[in-house]
Design a protein around this ligand. Sequence first.
Ligand code: KIV
Ligand code: ZN
Length: 498
Amino acid sequence: MSDRLFIFDTTLRDGEQVPGCQLNTVEKIQVAKQLEALGVDVIEAGFPISSPGDFNSVIEISKAVTWPTICALTRAVQKDIDVAAEALQYAKHKRIHTGIGTSDSHIKYKFNSTREEIIERAVSAVKYAKRYVEDVEFYAEDAGRTENEYLARVVEAVIKAGATVVNIPDTTGYCLPDEYGAKIKYLMEHVDGIDKAIISTHCHNDLGMATANTISGVLNGARQVEVTINGIGERAGNTSLEEVAMILRCHHDIHIDTNINTQKIYPTSRMVSSLMNMPVQPNKAIVGRNAFAHSSGIHQDGVLKNAQTYEIIDPKDVGIDDNAIVLTARSGRAALKHRLHVLGVEMTQEKLDKVYEDFLKLADKKKDITDDDILVLAGADRNVNHHIKLEYLQVTSGVGVRSVASLGLNISGEHFEAAATGNGPVDAAIKAVKQIIKRQMTLKEFTIQAISKGSDDVGKVHMQVEYDGQMYYGFGANTDIIAASVEAYIDCINKFRK
Ligand code: KIV
Ligand code: ZN
């Protein structure tokens, strides 16, 4: 008989804090429904006091999903807790996640406080949250660098105050797996009343140890893990859900399992990557493009004889189906609708008609339409409200000649044209845009990625542009990589605050 491990997904809170990955409420609902289908136990839907957008998303996600507990983050501050409780009013199962920094550096530099006062603030936040909900989770921020003896006192005090779950975050991703596991073990052995609460892991990946630390925490008694899809999150990210779920599935000997429907892992990964415009590194465990690609002759030979020789996971178990129907120009609306449904995307008939129209245009340009193409098409209307739009673009480039670009922009209904030369077609096109948009902006990052394979593929471009001391993130997707680059650049400009 296996022990049950609860999966707490924070893609929509800690994951969404990544600059440039912000989702609107409709997109968050789409992800939340997919997380529900995936089988997560808790969805951390946002930090309601941080913005009206976050507040609204918690409300709408609460209405949209049924089974998972909806969790809202707060600081150990009464106003935060009031607002979180209000945002959770429609949740069928609700949890408030409150907490405070417990490491000496947080106590001294963040709060200019003392250890005793921090315990008092932690206890009163938990008691205050208990007025609203039964299920209260407490986080001891920077627990990874908090001395174990003091941490045990904090944990004991908040459990006594009514915390049902206690989160031990390695906020800075500092701990070694043995050290983090020993911390959880110490708490399991030294905290009076530890059996009244679930201990949760929350590991960051700054030193590439988030998953190892999480598993070490689980082996030492934690029964909830806080994770994100594709391991996204601030800086180097959080522990990735798919890695933890598949480690436990592969290592039956641990006798701990989750409620995750592993066949939904890959579609969920693609959806999150596509909606957040956050590419998955090709060699990412479980969901990376190369995760199951055997290129060496010895490996290929072994896999052909028997997949078990080099594969510890059957790709189908995580929802990768190489035989899945590929859509082409001959596919009808119903086939597109079905594929969107499999990918977790539902839409109105009107929007489906528009996506189908775009689908046919794309199918004219490239033979096979992949799931990633479909997700890009489904999200294309994100730009409809942009006040600057690319009307046309013409470039000439080649070897031994200087590239020339001419383009037209529509800015709030007015038409502008410019032409420029550059050391390549993208450089020329960006210079032409700059002639029209006369602002002091600097291109800081520029990545081009083909969605799948083939010279007819759709290229995705991510850009970061610095303007007026702020960083803006843009995205473009097009079979013409120069057009995708200009679209990404314009996407950044459309987001400028002034
Ligand atoms: O990393 C962290 O400490 C957190 C807490 C707010 C839970 O995200
Ligand atoms: Zn975190």
